[in-house]
Design a protein around this ligand. Structure first.
Ligand code: TYM
Length: 331
């Protein structure tokens, strides 16, 4: 059976981008593959969280994984830092990862632009740690959103380089995966680009947002003064709202508003109201479960212990073999 690995950075609550880009695929894949889903808390250290924030955020992602429907009996759910073998593999891969290629990564360049005062080595080698996360379980499929595509290419590069260097076929190639024919990019509500946590207040709708908060955010989403010509191309902000509707609403609803737009008869108030209601409906079951699961600390402890054990078993087998391949020997 093919092995699947994916993770979410532990930076707190999950938004609709995380859910539709990644987690929804996790839930489906757990029935068909040998799945490892983790909470990337090593990765989150690039932004220097306090110990309290770090733990709280890990817990929140664990709760939301479970609320979204990942079954800890089927898939292995674990916290990255519970598996230090990942950090060991990261060290080995770093010895053959080069400054030039790491500096060329699009997400590194974005981070440098956004935070020129915090360009740390962890940020630079972020794709190496991500490669270690994936190949530690010899995964071939990695369910992620569109923004992670380049990181997957780098994971293949580092795995292949290890194979070449040690003349082995040890690591298989991992590929980004989505059940839809393309990798998903969920737009945000601010009229430009993707939904994301660091894109500013009001851009992201979270799974844990209350109904009122969802309605307020959607009603405030950036739009314009409306179409002036029939069948005109939609500007980015409007296209983004239609893309969101395509994700959360029925086909009929989408077609209805699309046709009103094309006839210049759309009323954005009605359009946004419908979009907000459909987001409320889509997230309702998870919202309820988030509160239930959050209250059950002993269940969370059980799940994370079980996951850590299963993940460590798989990772330590790989590390043992990798050490032999590299040439570490006992006297
Ligand atoms: P992160 O935490 O930024 O996002 C987690 C997952 O959510 C997806 N995603 C989106 N998909 C579509 N539209 C959006 N607007 C959107 N925003 C986020 C991301 O593509 C991702 O799949 N580096 C990773 C975490 C990671 C990882 C890994 C993933 C660490 N190691 C190994 C896979 C395998 C990250 O920062 O994702």
């Amino acid at each position: 059976m093919e092995t699947v690995v994916s993770g979410i950075r532990s930076t707190g609550k999950l938004h609709l981008g995380n859910y539709y880009g990644a987690v929804q695929n996790f839930v489906k894949m757990q029935h068909e593959y040998n799945c490892f889903f983790f909470i990337a808390d090593y990765h989150s250290l690039t932004t220097h969280p306090t110990p309290e924030n770090l733990h709280g955020n890990v817990k929140q992602v664990l709760i939301e994984y479970l609320a979204a429907g990942i079954d800890p009996e089927r898939a292995t759910i674990y916290v990255q830092s519970d598996v230090p073998q990942i950090a060991e593999l990261y060290l080995y891969l770093n010895m053959n990862a080069y400054l030039g290629e790491l500096e060329r990564s699009a997400s590194f360049k974005d981070k440098v632009r956004a935070h020129p005062d915090n360009v740390n080595a962890g940020l630079l080698t972020y794709p190496v740690l991500m490669a270690a996360d994936i190949i530690i379980h010899k995964a071939t499929k990695v369910p992620v959103g569109k923004d992670q595509e380049q990181h997957l290419e780098m994971a293949r590069t580092f795995g292949n380089r290890f194979n070449r260097l040690y003349k082995t076929e040890y690591f298989p190639e991992p590929y980004a995966f989505s059940f839809s024919d393309k990798l998903v990019k969920v737009p945000g509500l601010d009229g430009k680009g993707k939904m994301g946590k660091s894109e500013g207040e009001g851009n992201a709708v979270y799974l844990s947002d209350s109904e009122e908060v969802i309605r307020k955010k959607v009603m405030r989403a950036v739009s314009d003064s409306g179409p002036t010509e029939e069948d005109q191309e939609k500007p980015e902000a409007i296209q983004n709202l239609f893309d969101l509707m395509k994700i959360v609403s029925t086909e009929d609803t989408f077609m209805h508003f699309d046709s009103l737009y094309n006839k210049c008869q759309i009323r954005y108030g009605d359009f946004k109201k419908q979009l907000a209601e459909d987001m409320v409906i889509a997230t309702a079951p998870m919202r309820e479960r988030i509160n239930e699961i959050a209250a059950d600390t002993s269940y969370l402890r059980k799940v994370s212990q079980l996951g850590a054990e299963k993940a460590r078993e798989s990772a330590s087998k790989t590390i043992k073999e990798v050490r032999e391949i590299i040439g570490f020997k006992h006297f």
